[in-house]
Ligand binder design. Structure first.
Ligand code: GDP
Ligand code: IMO
Ligand code: MG
Length: 434
């Protein structure tokens, strides 16, 4: 099973993964890094995960970090220690691919300095999470990255670090007008964390192959969302990895035949953190408006950066693209409860672009920015859907809204989430029964 975000991230993937891993023996992250913020709520207790797969709260479940993930080893250990302080054992069942590129301090410095330059030069920020994600993937593609496996070889690590740092210090100082970084502290810190990371290194692709052959259900946990994908998203306002389902195989070292069911996590409205076009965006500042309602009732603030998320109506024309790119088998609609109490609910069913009607999200970010949404309007519902666990318990208008979404999107709804807690979930077609 693959779980992916179908919008601009923060759709509720973490909650869905935690819920589904009840039926799994292993969970794998295959792209992104600690730019992700996946929130679980279990019996009222909130847990925010960034790099560790969201199945970690299921005791004994194997957790894998695939080769497609960029790993900041200092952050990784901090996250492990945070979980251990809560009484969750991690090290014994976390398997990290040796091939993961490392995020090192100069990647963070480059990420931040570039954003500053974009801002001062008038190009405008991407609004990155500032975690060094983009620069780390650049080094990977340029075939000069330090990888997790290099932590095992201090001399090799030192040599490559020296070369890489020399290059990046030129860019930092001469081009970005930022401070250079010194070799020693980076090297020493890396060697310190290496001792703790080494026992968790593994041949993840092979382990997954063996687990599956032994009959295990493996769940692949996507980070970010389809419209943040480096190829398919609203470029350049995207992250630096492929977030789509197809990358679950390449990003973890298994064959695509292992991916049987693709679950698309879809918020009942739309949000986006950071810059970039967003056709159905609403103003959020004025109390009493829909934008303000979505932002406050939905508590739409970034898990990682604390930034307010931009909010807007559901966009079915965007979802149409997401269904195609990911080959979605089913949908999990989340945060339905946030729409409770709105007198009218709108859904974007297409756009007007340069005098023509289009029924699917355009590919070019400038075209997307020029789109005027065409809306279908629905009456809201009275009463609360919060915490509902049965389809029959939903108000009639909420059911009608969901049924129409399903029709417009062209994929069946498998699950509906009605609150942040693990138990606030309605199952229509259990993905593991498919
Ligand atoms: P992810 O990045 O896709 O895992 O999503 P995030 O965790 O960043 O953001 C989703 C937020 O919504 C988290 O705070 C969740 O606890 C919360 N959440 C998830 N599902 C629901 C839901 O159905 N209703 C409500 N009200 N909150 C939800
Ligand atoms: P989860 O997994 C929402 C956004 C950033 C920025 C762009 C590039 O929690 O859904 P980056 O730091 O990746 O170079 O930033 O991508 N972004 C996310 N937005 N949810 C996320 O992850 C995100 N990860 C990155 O805000 O616009
Ligand atoms: Mg998130």
């Amino acid at each position: 099973m693959v779980v992916v975000g179908t919008q601009w991230g923060d759709e509720g993937k973490g909650k869905a993964v935690d819920w589904l891993t009840d039926h799994a023996q292993g969970v794998v992250r295959f792209q992104g890094g600690h730019n992700a913020g996946h929130t679980l709520v279990i019996e009222g207790v909130k847990i925010a995960l960034q790099l560790i797969p969201s199945g970690v709260m299921r005791e004994g479940l194997a957790c894998y970090i695939g080769n497609g993930v960029v790993v900041d080893p200092v952050h990784l250990l901090a996250e492990i220690e945070r979980l251990e302080a809560m009484g969750v054992s991690v090290r014994q069942r976390l398997f990290i691919s040796e091939s993961c590129p490392l995020i090192l301090p100069f990647h963070v410095a480059l990420d931040k300095a570039r954003e500053t330059l974009r801002e001062t030069s008038g190009a405008g920020k991407i609004g990155t999470t500032g975690k060094g994600i983009g620069p780390a993937y650049e080094d990977k593609v340029a075939r000069r990255a330090l990888r997790v496996q290099d932590l095992k070889h201090p001399e090799r690590f030192a040599k490559r670090l020296r070369e890489l740092l020399e290059l990046h210090n030129v860019v930092l100082t001469d081009y970005l007008h930022a401070e250079p970084l010194a070799f020693e502290p980076i090297f020493e810190q890396a060697m310190q964390v290496a001792e703790q990371v080494k026992p968790m290194l593994a041949d993840v692709g092979y382990l997954l192959h063996l687990a599956q052959r032994g009959g295990a259900n493996i769940l692949f946990e996507g980070a970010q969302g389809t419209l943040l994908d480096i190829d398919h998203g609203t470029y350049p306002y995207v992250t630096s990895s492929n977030c789509v389902a197809g990358n679950a195989a390449a990003g973890s070292g298994v064959g695509p035949q292992m991916l049987h069911y693709i679950l698309g996590i879809t918020k009942a409205y739309t949000t986006r953190v950071g810059a970039g076009p967003f056709p159905t965006e609403l103003a959020m500042d004025v109390p009493g408006t829909v934008g303000h309602h979505l932002s406050t009732v939905g508590q739409e603030r970034g898990t990682v950066t604390g930034r307010p998320r931009r909010c807007g109506w559901f966009d079915a024309a965007l979802l149409k693209r997401s269904v195609i790119i990911n080959g979605l088998s089913g949908l999990c609609i989340t945060k339905l409860d946030v729409l409770d109490g709105l007198p009218e609910i709108k859904v974007c069913v297409g756009y007007e672009l340069h005098g023509k009607r289009v029924d699917i999200l355009p590919l070019d970010a400038d075209d997307i920015a020029a789109c005027t949404p065409i809306y279908e309007s629905f009456p809201g519902w009275e009463g609360s859907t919060f915490g509902a666990t049965q389809w029959d318990a939903l108000p009639l208008n909420a059911k009608r809204y969901l049924e129409r979404l399903q029709e417009l999107i062209g994929a069946p709804i498998a699950m509906v989430s009605t609150g942040p807690d693990r138990v606030h979930t309605i199952v229509l077609r259990h993905p593991y029964a498919a």
